[in-house]
Each structure stands twice: as C-alpha cells, then as structure tokens.
Design a protein. Structure first.
Length: 233
C-alpha cells in the first residue's frame, strides 16, 4: 500500500523561498510518515507534528525526543571557498545537482533540542571544519560512535546518545533511516563521496575533478535512497 511519498517532489516548492528544513510542510509530513515505524526492539517510533513549537515529537517508554529536519545533500554552490571550482561547472549541471538534492531522499532527522545550551548535531555538522556538512563524514562519525571511538563529532553525538541507543547499533541506525547504499555489505565501512584520507584531510573537493566525483556519488546515493523510500511504501 502506498504511503504517499513522492520522491520527485521539490521540497523548496512549498517552502515559500525559505529553508525547507523548517518551512516545507510536505517535507515535514514526509518525515512523519517515513520515520513513524517500529524501532529494532519493536517499539513504535510514532512521531507527532501537532505539538506547538516542535517540528516532530515522540514520547514513549523509550524516551521523549524532539526532532528536526536536516539536508544530506549539499552542492556547495554558494560556499566562498568553493567559488574557484564552482565557476568551472556549467550552471545547468549545478541546477540538476541541486534539483536532485531537493528531493525527499536528501533529507533526514536529528534531535533538535539543545542540551546545556550546546550545539545540536545539525549545527555541529556544518560548523565543524573537518565535516563541512558532508553526510558521508557524518555517518562515519556515527559509525565510530557506536564503536565508542573518537571522531570530530564525538562530543555532540555523546550528548545525544539516548537517541542513538534507540537503534541498538550502527546497522540498526542505517536500516532505520534507509542509508544502506552508503555503507559496505558487511556494514564495517562507509562508501565515501571522496577518497577518505582521515579527518585531518580537508573535506571540501580540492579541484573540479574531485567536485564532479563528489557530485556523481552524492547523486547516486540520493537516487538510491529515493528508490528505497519508494520500496518502503
């Protein structure tokens, strides 16, 4: 039975020129539909979008969680440090890349409530110079979190440890959020968008060829995740 997710939907189309993470009612509804499902222990992770001030809310014996939307796909088109590279890519190619990154498969949810006034996962991903909003690097940090190993996001992930416990382990997290196309078959490694040389290596593409490789791998991932969303229906 279809659950009503249009994986070609442009989440900017109903955001009225604002950030769709906060202002697209369709994206919010899609998140509610997609992630309201049983956790690995069988508890239903029901999400509500009816509590004033909260994007999505869950409360059960597993705890209380307020979630917000976050984009997985970034073109870096307007990042100043990327300007010299971006100008060498045709506008039509950048537009196509942005269009694919504006579909439901390019979005996920993370805990939204600040703890002790410190940054959320959403904010930390963008602010950390070793991550720069790259979701493949974020997922590697999450993988290391489940192994109790350090990463550039260790502190923020530990603050939200109760959220990650919901999924039991890394494979549980990956399966719940339909991220299988970004990990190896044995779940032990990440399919990085660019060759991974450690977190001390600059995360942004270093030249046009690297940018095009990043773009192609991002598009392949978002397209594959949209297919998984369709199959989940």
């Amino acid at each position: 039975m279809s659950i009503g997710i249009d994986t070609t939907f442009d989440v900017y189309s109903d955001a009225r020129g604002r950030d769709p993470d906060s202002h697209s009612p369709t994206l919010r509804r899609y998140h509610k539909i997609l992630w309201s499902k049983p956790l690995p222990d069988g508890t239903c992770f029901d999400l509500s979008n009816e509590r004033p001030g909260d994007y999505l809310h869950h409360k059960s014996q597993r705890g209380e969680f307020i979630l917000s939307s976050d984009s997985l796909g970034h073109t870096y088109r307007y990042v100043k440090a990327m300007a010299g590279i971006i100008t060498q890519v045709p506008d039509r190619d950048l537009d196509k890349f942005f269009s694919i990154c504006s579909t439901p498969g390019a979005y996920i949810v993370f805990p939204a409530r600040k703890i002790e006034g410190k940054t959320t996962i959403n904010a930390a991903r963008g602010l950390n110079s070793k991550i720069r909003d790259r979701f493949d690097l974020t997922l590697e940090c999450i993988r290391l979190h489940y192994l109790n190993e350090e990463s550039p996001l260790s502190l923020v992930l530990l603050r939200y440890a109760d959220f990650f416990v919901l999924f039991n382990d890394f494979q549980g997290y990956v399966d719940f959020f339909l991220l299988q196309d970004l990990i190896s078959e044995d779940g032990a490694s990440i399919h990085f968008f660019l060759p991974f040389k450690g977190f001390d290596h600059p995360p942004l593409p270093s030249d046009v060829d690297a940018y095009l490789a990043y773009r192609d791998n991002m598009i392949a991932f978002v397209t594959a995740r949209n297919r998984r969303i369709t199959k989940q229906e």
